[in-house]
Design a protein around this ligand. Structure first.
Ligand code: GRF
Length: 216
């Protein structure tokens, strides 16, 4: 039996470096998938250009055109559902999602967050790690559940925090890790090795620890 490529919709809000990492691995056939659409909540962001360059259908669903979060999420859901994706990848998508929206894609939606979850949910994670004088920081890929940045972690990648470095410098080192780790997790999902069951992540049938797989 020939198995078909997984269909992925990627949601972005900005630069799209994680999107690019996915595009590159799909082109190099490291991931058996097709990005069927890129959707941004902001117009004119560089990630949309990356999609255009790769001939991927892309569109803006601008949150400013909607009065409530519920209305926005309903429209976003209808756009995404139109592509019947196997997986929705949040790649720098800077929106809080309603529980209703998240539940439409239970077990089929991944996010990357720039901290070692459960530390530093929300924004300004790099500065918060510096302010707390943490010795290490990093990023986490997790399944999305209604709790903000709270779904089961699949993979974490750590970097040391150097003395006197700025949040920008730290962010750039963390983002280098992100571009390695996110495609790997997407690959596991597309190979059907990774799934979420009862709010827990499983790889190859084994329940993953709270920190997911750790990588230095
Ligand atoms: C990444 O640092 C990601 O962890 C965070 O937003 C940033 C997006 O970067 N959620 P990019 O748009 O993929 O370049």
């Amino acid at each position: 039996m020939v198995s078909s490529n997984a269909k992925i919709v990627v949601l972005i809000s900005g630069n799209g470096s994680n999107l690019q990492a996915l595009i590159d691995d799909i082109v190099e056939q490291k991931i058996a998938a097709e990005i069927v659409a890129v959707v941004s909540n902001k117009a004119n962001v560089f990630g949309l250009e990356r999609a255009a360059q790769a001939n991927i259908p892309h569109q803006v669903v601008n949150h400013k055109d909607f009065t409530t979060r519920e209305e926005y999420d309903a429209q976003l859901h209808s756009v995404i559902a139109g592509f019947s994706p196997d997986l929705v990848v949040l790649a720098g998508f800077m929106r809080i999602l309603t529980p209703w929206f998240v539940e439409q894609f239970t077990g089929k939606m991944l996010n990357i967050h720039p901290s070692l979850l459960p530390k530093y949910k929300g924004l300004d994670t790099h500065q918060r790690a510096i302010d707390a004088k943490d010795e290490e920081h990093g990023a986490s890929v997790h399944f999305v559940t209604p709790e903000l940045d709270g779904g089961p972690v699949v993979l974490q990648s750590k970097v040391p925090v150097f003395a006197d470095e700025t949040a920008l410098q730290l962010a750039s080192r963390v983002q280098e890790q992100e571009r390695q780790m996110y495609p790997l997790v997407v690959r596991w999902f597309c190979q059907k090795r990774l799934l979420m069951l009862n709010n827990k992540a499983y790889l190859d049938g084994n329940e993953m620890p709270n920190t997911g797989y750790a990588a230095d």
